[in-house]
Design a protein around this ligand. Sequence first.
Ligand code: GLY
Ligand code: MN
Ligand code: MN
Length: 429
Amino acid sequence: MDQSIFRKRIRSVQNLLKEGEVLLLFAANLKIRNRDVEYKFRQDSDYYYLTGIEEEDGILTLRRNHSAHFALPKDKEREIWTGIRLGKEEIGRRLELDDSFDLSDWNSRICEILTNQFTLYHFFGKDRERDTKLLDLISTLNLRLREGKFGPQRWEIPNFLHEMRMIKSPEEIEKLKEASEITAAGHKRLMRETRPLMFEFELEAILESEYLRLGAWGGGYGHIVAAGKNATILHYTSNRARIGETDAILVDSGAEKDYYTADVTRVFPAGKKFTSEQKTIYELVLLAQKEAIANTKSGVEFNFVHEKTVRTLASGLKDLGFLKGELSELIERGEFRRFYMHRTGHYLGMDVHDVGRYFENGKSKPMQNGLVVTVEPGLYFDPSDESIPERFRGIGVRIEDDVLVNGETPIVLTSGIPKEIGEIEALRD
Ligand code: GLY
Ligand code: MN
Ligand code: MN
């Protein structure tokens, strides 16, 4: 994204801050995987959202009338091993900050920045060690009350930043579209290339390689490739099993492109066609999913989409004989949860389960234009539940798309990935 976008976001945050308020935002740190091997680095979403910087350890501090950043120093010797660092001059220039320091200046400079600032905004809870250091620093500052100086007296989570991230700008929507297109390429390759007796991890490898090949970071979360009854495990990520001839395969996977991720689930048969039981369940989930997408409109309470979906699925389960009794009671008593135990969607963006409030004053928030949500109903038939006819046991179907709220006309960002039974079976030939 253009640097001017990050500069503008910084200004918007500064304008939201009142006199006497200060925001601290920390970059991600490198995390050890084992011994001297680190996990692949991924910047903290909040820090990236304001800075666009992909280096570890940086700290951004913002007050209404002052902006500063602390960065890893330029260091020729270190850079030979780990790559070029931007350094304070470049960062200060890029973001047009008032001050840009080396991290070694933190201890002296942060005291100046925090002195006599009443409210400290910081995402407490992300990193305990960092929180402790920050609390020690504040305590020290507050020992100077006799000199007429004080440190922050009030500590708050900067939820306003998450409310900003919740509504996507045109540039962010473009990124989500790119992520969706790459995701579509991966899912479609699986629908064409999967054969019975392959292993789930072979499908995972195809997804990851397709995402990387097309310039994505990789998956935005762990790929779920679940064949047969593994599809009834909601967060199945081991992906080690062999695919059976008559299995349906549930694939929940989304590419992350430039810090924006897709989140898509499709189910397709290992053979050329779904079994009639798989088809029956698939059709019900698809009906509920299409209805839920149609309800993803500006002004509609987010929770309404879920409530309506529960009704549709419960009614379908009743018609098929899996649930018995009055529909309203099946819903009230939560009996449908035997088959549908998760919610119909969540916000989507830089994080797969993206930030932003779902409720306000105890009421579900109405959706607004620019919000992107997933729509992902599913039905899961416990493989060990003997009260279900055997041929249905172990079936798990979820259909998940990413939807941009756009007035009365929802835009399905992931519509390029087949979900009609006919379309999917055509790719299995
Ligand atoms: N892949 C996680 C989810 O669908 O929410
Ligand atoms: Mn999801
Ligand atoms: Mn998903």
